[in-house]
Ligand binder design. Structure first.
Ligand code: SF4
Length: 258
C-alpha cells in the first residue's frame, strides 16, 4: 500500500480526532524486515561517523524521521553533531522539541538562524505573507531562512545526514543512500527505505519524543505559514506549500542545482 493510501486509509478507518499519541496508534505498522532496516541504518550511521570523524552533522528538521535518527545517534553515542534551522517561522511545538532533545538525550543542538538584517529587509520589502504571492518570493524566503543558514551549518564539514525517505514524494524517488551534494560533500539518507509505518513503530518501541503536530494529521512539518494538516487520501506532502504546483514543492535544501 502506498504511503498516501496508508495515511488516507488509517485516518478514514479510525476517524480519530487528533489527540496525544494518536499518530503512534494510527501509523505504527512495521515492515516484515523492520529489524534489518534498523540494523542497516545503524551500520550506515556508524560508518559515516567513522569516515567523517569530527566533520559530520545531522541536519534535523525536527520531523519524526529526524527524531528517529537523533535517537539512534544518541542511543549509540555516535560522534555526530546535531544541527537545526530555526527559521523564525516554526510552530511553537517544533521549537519546543529542541529543548526536549537536549533534556532527553543530554546533548546540545546547534541552532542556525537567518541573518536578522536580511529578514528585516525582506519583510519590509515584501511583507509577512510574501511566500503566498509568487514562487520566486517563496523561494527567496526559503533561501534566506533555510539555505543560507544550512550553508553555515555545513561549513567546514565533509558530510551531513538527513531523514529523507523515498516514499515522501515523487521528487525523492531517485535519491540514494549516499549521495554527493552540490558542493561535493557526502550526504547520507539512512532512512531511505523506511516506510511511514516503520518510522512510527520505531517511535513506539523506543519512546522517541516527537512533534505533537504529527498527531494533528501533519505528516510533514515545516514553517507555520507553509504547513497545513492533510485530508483523507491526500499525498504525504500535500500539506506543504499546498498552493503551488507539485514540481515546485521543495525548499531547495535537497534539490540538486545541476
Ligand atoms: S517554508 Fe515558508 S516561511 Fe519557511 S522559509 Fe520557506 S517560504 Fe519562508
Amino acid at each position: 500500500m502506498s504511503e498516501a493510501s496508508t495515511l488516507g486509509a488509517v485516518s478514514s478507518l479510525f476517524g480519530e480526532a487528533a489527540q496525544a499519541g494518536s499518530a503512534i496508534r494510527l501509523y505504527q505498522h512495521p515492515s516484515a524486515d523492520h529489524a534489518e532496516k534498523v540494523a542497516a541504518t545503524l551500520a550506515c550511521l556508524k560508518a559515516a561517523a567513522t569516515e567523517h570523524a569530527g566533520h559530520i552533522v545531522q541536519a534535523t528538521s525536527l520531523g519524526v524521521e529526524d527524531m528517529v535518527l537523533t535517537d539512534l545517534i544518541a542511543r549509540h553515542a555516535l560522534p555526530v553533531a546535531i544541527g537545526t534551522l530555526e527559521t523564525g517561522k516554526l510552530h511553537a511545538e517544533t521549537v519546543a522539541l529542541i529543548g526536549t532533545i537536549e533534556s532527553t538525550y543530554k546533548l546540545s543542538v546547534e541552532i542556525y538562524r537567518p541573518v536578522q538584517e536580511s529578514v528585516i529587509r525582506f519583510v519590509r520589502d515584501h511583507g509577512e505573507k510574501a511566500m503566498y504571492e509568487s514562487i520566486d518570493l517563496r523561494k527567496a524566503c526559503c533561501g534566506m531562512r533555510k539555505l543560507e543558514p544550512l550553508a553555515r551549518m555545513l561549513q567546514g564539514r565533509s558530510a551531513w545526514i538527513t531523514g529523507l525517505r523515498r516514499e515522501q514524494s515523487n521528487n525523492r524517488g531517485g535519491m540514494q543512500l549516499r549521495e554527493l551534494d552540490d558542493q561535493g560533500r557526502a550526504k547520507y539518507n539512512p532512512l531511505i527505505d523506511w516506510t511511514w509505518g516503520d518510522i512510527w513503530h520505531y517511535v513506539a518501541e523506543h519512546q522517541v519524543p516527537y512533534n505533537p503536530l504529527h498527531d494533528q494529521f501533519m505528516p510533514s512539518i515545516g514553517c507555520e505559514p507553509c504547513t497545513r494538516a492533510i485530508a483523507v487520501g491526500e499525498d504525504f506532502r500535500a500539506g506543504r506549500w499546498w498552493w503551488e504546483d507539485e514540481k515546485a514543492k521543495e525548499c531547495g535544501l535537497h534539490v540538486h542545482q545541476k
